[in-house]
Design a protein around this ligand. Structure first.
Ligand code: BV8
Ligand code: ZN
Length: 259
């Protein structure tokens, strides 16, 4: 099945003129970033459904920042893997229109884009970040927003980062459960998915909406789904091909079919 799946998958990739890629935590697993629902997943040890919410932050901003700073520390030590790099090469090859939509907040797609582009313009490989970035902060009160990569001391509430403009608490610039995604980002994502002839879905459990419904927009627009995942997901039955296994192994094989 795997080999025959690969040949069919390569044909889908070769025929695609407009490719929309949707990635989830699974593409970063090989880099050492914990997934959400895997055996060692974040949801197991950190009750994130109680932490990745505006209510949790209102109730105990120090605890939420402690969890995010722990994740930021883990991710600072992680590098993009062969899966991120294969997608960046695909997007920069110019052979077809490729747009990467990611649910991840770890910044590894952007790091891979800049590394693969070298001195060239990395923008075709820069992802649309559906859920924001763990290395960006925004004010809980005014429009202030900025990149923020340095380690934070979360040992007490009065050490938490504050807005340089209005002194209110800063929060991670990510989309929490119960919060809407940025309108323009979501509209752009739907447009890309709707007009794609292939949606390559990599390393997502396809449980979180509205991101998980983007591949369905491709199918409704007459396109197909190609899935890469170590397990079955709710999208598997809708996929023309579902390659079972590690994104860091399969994506270079798929990209390799591109001359
Ligand atoms: C909203 C950022 C409305 C923060 C995240 C009931 C039904 C349907 C929907 C809902 C419902 N109840 C509530 C909702 C809405 C809710 C939702 O979808 N809940 C789900 C859980 C049921 N959605 C929301 O709240 C969204 N907002 O709906 O707002 C609204 C509208 C207007 C006005 C007000 C409100 C916001 C959702 C965004 C939440 N933020 N993250 C942070 O990161 O801290 S979501 C979080 O989970 C991640 O960002 C990630 O994107 C997402 C999904 O996880 P995955 O990426 O898929 O990772 P996971 O671990 O689950 O899976 C990994 C996969 O990889 C697995 O399949 C595994 O097999 C595979 N894998 C592992 N290793 C590998 C691999 N594959 C390949 N290779 C490997 N090596
Ligand atoms: Zn402010």
């Amino acid at each position: 099945m795997a080999v025959e799946g690969l040949e069919q998958a390569r044909k889908l990739m070769a025929d695609a003129r407009k490719l929309c890629v949707l990635t989830g935590a699974g593409i970063s697993a090989e880099s050492g970033v914990p997934t959400f629902r895997g055996p060692e997943g974040l949801w197991r040890t950190f009750r994130p459904e109680e932490l990745a919410t505006p209510e949790a932050f209102a109730r105990d901003p120090r605890l939420v920042w402690e969890w995010y700073e722990w994740r930021r520390g883990v991710i600072r030590g992680c590098r993009p893997n062969a899966g991120h790099e294969a997608l960046a090469r695909l997007a920069l090859s110019g052979g077809k229109e490729v747009r990467i939509l990611t649910q991840n907040v770890d910044g590894l797609h952007e790091e891979a884009a800049r590394a693969v582009a070298g001195g060239r313009d990395p923008s075709p490989a820069l992802p649309l970040e559906l859920h924001g970035s763990i290395f960006r902060v925004r004010c809980t009160r005014c429009p202030y927003r900025s990149t923020h990569r340095e380690p934070l001391d979360t040992s007490s509430t009065d050490l938490l980062p504050r807005c340089p403009r209005c002194r209110s608490l800063l929060r991670p610039d990510v989309v929490w459960f119960g919060e809407p995604l940025d309108d323009e980002v979501l509209q752009e994502a739907y447009d890309l998915a709707r007009h794609a002839d292939l949606c390559l879905v990599v390393g997502t459990s396809a449980l979180v909406h509205p991101a998980a419904s983007l591949p369905l927009a491709t199918v409704r627009g007459g396109g197909a789904i190609l899935e890469v995942n170590t397990t079955e997901t709710p999208l598997t039955p809708l996929a023309a091909v579902s390659l079972r296994g590690n994104a860091a192994v399969w994506l270079p094989l798929l990209q390799g079919g591109e001359t």
